[in-house]
Design a protein around this ligand. Structure first.
Ligand code: BGC
Length: 414
């Protein structure tokens, strides 16, 4: 059947005296399967099809992308990589070192990416000086979301310190409300943990602990205080939290089954997809503390054979960084555009908060890569930390034992 179709095309081309032009094709591996995520990625599929491309979707469900990375490894081992893969930060470099990534400098230069992307983010997209990935957005991880009506009914304001958060949560608990919607999956534990590291330790502490992996910082009293707070937070989640997907936790806040969720602003994509309004139905604020934890989604472009696929890669890269897609995608996804020249006029208060805080954090040196979302560390080190965070959260391990385990895990992962 395939052969027949191909030869039919060939015959038609010969008869019309034309040549067989390759049509852009892309197989795209991603983990955008929740309501808000699926809506956002569908926009890219539409733009791609609108330009004559054929999109082969390879969604691998699982927040944070762990399952997607397992699927990617299998495909590369089978010497059949997808054309483009949702990948982030140091993982891009890791795949480049495996010899798996293509050079998309042609598109990047033609589209002047260097003039419209922040330098620090552009650096993540380059492999030995050439472009190998296309950035989509800037997600902020250190966000806290709340059900506006629940807070009002209970006389609670968005907390600005962890003490305030704990006091608000105790009050809610006494009133019979689940204070914290959480999904007990390792990456979600890690997401909460890094916001507590930033909040309790501050930005210099975060950098020393989760970027530089400084052993003294990892075992410090401040890190013990971070684990103490994690233990307190554990007391604020409901008994069914284990294994729950992040978007179901967001739905609990949305439906009034819980008051707060600590989650990156992809949670806003869920609220918006359900027709909820920021400031009215739900509230957003930075998690207690100063700083900004960034998480940049990007697509790494893999080495593939075939003119159609190569054209597909170029088209995909062009669309992803293009100004119109940057606006519509990010309006749906909950993030802000990565391009510096896209107007935020159509964006809501949470996006403005994010953009303002990001600019301020860049000036004060507190713009920090998220470890939990693969921006700060290589896989082995990030995984070592997350294992300890999850083991602590799901047991009665003391904070003293947790910091010891943390330092050991890091030492063993090097
Ligand atoms: C990604 C987001 C995604 C979230 C939940 C994060 O690591 O950066 O784009 O929405 O995981 O799946």
């Amino acid at each position: 059947m395939k052969h027949l179709t191909a030869s039919a095309v060939l015959v038609a081309a010969v008869l019309t005296g034309g040549s067989v032009a390759a049509e852009p094709q892309a197989e795209v591996l991603h983990w955008w399967t929740s309501g808000g995520e699926a809506k956002s990625v569908a926009l890219l599929q539409e733009e791609f099809a609108g330009r004559g491309g054929t999109w082969i979707d390879m969604p691998v469900a699982g927040g944070g992308g762990d399952a997607a990375m397992t699927a990617l490894r299998a495909r590369v081992l089978a010497r059949n990589p997808p054309t483009a893969v949702q990948l982030k930060g140091p993982a891009i470099q890791e795949w480049y070192e495996e010899g798996a990534l293509a050079d998309i400098s042609g598109v990047a230069e033609e589209q002047h990416w260097a003039d419209v992307l922040p330098e620090s983010i552009a650096a993540h997209m380059k492999c030995d000086g050439h472009w190998c990935a296309a950035p989509v957005n800037v997600h902020r991880v250190d966000f806290i979301w709340a059900n506006a009506a629940i807070l009002e009914q209970n006389g609670i304001k968005m907390p600005t310190t962890w003490e305030e958060f704990n006091a608000a949560a105790e009050k809610l608990k006494a009133a019979g409300v689940t204070p914290l919607a959480h999904g007990g999956q390792a990456w979600q534990d890690a997401t909460v943990f890094e916001t507590v590291v930033l909040g309790i330790g501050g930005s210099a502490f975060y950098r020393k602990a989760l970027v530089d992996l400084d052993p003294e910082t990892l075992t410090s009293d401040t890190m013990k205080a971070v684990f103490d707070e994690m233990r307190i937070l554990r007391g604020f989640v409901d008994s069914n939290f284990s294994g729950r997907d992040w978007n179901l936790a967001t739905a609990m806040v949305m439906n009034g089954e819980a008051a707060f969720q600590i989650m990156g602003d992809w949670a806003k994509g869920e609220f918006l997809a359900a027709g909820k309004k920021p400031g009215k139905d739900f509230l957003c604020a930075p998690t207690p503390g100063q700083g900004f934890l960034y998480n940049v989604d990007s697509f790494a472009i893999f080495n593939v054979e075939g003119e159609d696929k190569k054209q597909g890669q170029n088209l995909l890269a062009e669309l992803i960084v293009g100004p119109s897609f940057q606006e519509t995608f990010n309006l749906n996804k909950g993030s802000i555009p990565v391009r510096t020249d896209v107007s935020l006029d159509k964006f809501d208060m949470c996006a403005h908060l994010s953009a303002g805080d990001m600019a301020a954090a860049a000036k004060s040196g507190s713009l920090l890569p998220s470890y939990a979302h693969g921006m700060a560390l290589r896989g082995a080190q990030a995984g070592a930390i997350t294992d300890v965070v999850t083991a602590h959260f799901n047991s009665d391990m003391t904070s003293e034992d947790a910091v010891k385990m943390l330092a050991e895990a890091i030492a063993n992962s090097m």
